[in-house]
Design a protein around this ligand. Sequence first.
Ligand code: IZC
Ligand code: ZN
Length: 413
Amino acid sequence: METAELCLVNIGCLATPLGAAARAGAAQGEIRLLRDAAVAVAGGRVVYAGPAGGAPDAARVFDCGGRLVTPGLVDAHTHLIFGGWRQRELALRLSGASYLDILRGGGGILSTVTHTRAATEDALVDKGRALLGDMLRHGTTTCECKSGYGLDLETELKQLRAARRLQDLQPVTLVPTFLGAHAVPAEFSDRRADYVNFVCDVALPRVADLSLASFCDVFCDVGAFTADESARILARAASLGLGLKAHVDELEDGGGAALAARAGCVSAEHLIRASGDGIRALARAGVIACLLPATSFYLDKPYAPARDMVAAGVAVAVATDFNPGSSPNLNLQFAMQLACLRGGLTPEEVLTAATLNAAAALRLSGEAGTLEPGKWADLVLWNAPDLPYLLYRYGTNLVHRVVKNGMFVTARL
Ligand code: IZC
Ligand code: ZN
């Protein structure tokens, strides 16, 4: 074997899923766990991951001090780019108002729309850069980011352009998603059909033309878009070559899981209220269930039926849903811990959910999500001796160091 650029040695526990496709059912929990391991990298990619004894020579050797090493975390669902914050809604929530009450009162998403329209593109870039630095320090090396706080052409494009600029300014790999169907903006409040037409006939073709998004997402739920409206938007997006995602069955079971399956979505998001039929439809269609337990935590809602999904053969991913309204947390470790402690997934299933299956939800599972030769050399050294410790020591950042494309990108924490 050729000399590697960097070899990480004295890995106490290497924990990684295997393969280039999402893993479902029993296979979600079947990961590689190796004591006394080494990982070598060259050209930004893994060239060796295995027993210490078999590691190639390397120009630089780094001693991991017996720590746990996993693939870099993949956050497959965030609303990263927005103006303002919504801490004022905390008091409303504490006095009994629900997420929907606040949205119907003109707050919620629409208040972030006001702030995002008012922000300059440079300001969105600066804010996004700081947030991504924070994510990276918490172990996230790939991150999806949605628009959806413009709800007009100019601001939706501004958000997506900010994401594109951010790709060149910092190391986290970004996957942009167009979410024009996030809410009906105030100026269309009595003309919702016109807004759906605008999304289909004006915004989507422009976004596709400018190659500003890999995916199109819709918020299909009570208070947002109906199943029919969502189906139409998704069909248009598919015809323009975008991958599909849908926020479904978060607030009510509106048959959203079945819709995501029919529409050919790569992933369906939230699924708190998904029915048994909905779950079976996801399994049959091979749609990844992207669960967002930090949102359940913040809104004090039930947790999605993750065990039922695994039992039905649905590949499960876990993401933060980072956004200023329903999930102001960007630490994917916390969402993973909730998926385990509240959602009932095992540590092994959770690791797959936040790495390989999350990468598959972004159509990146050939590049990211496992530590195997040929994949991106994205990995996290944890202040943890083994995988269960990572899911158990909630409440502090357990990252020791982060490597992105073969380079150390965080200072010693
Ligand atoms: O800003 O409230 N659920 N979209 C759907 C969100 C939450 C983000 C927000
Ligand atoms: Zn979301």
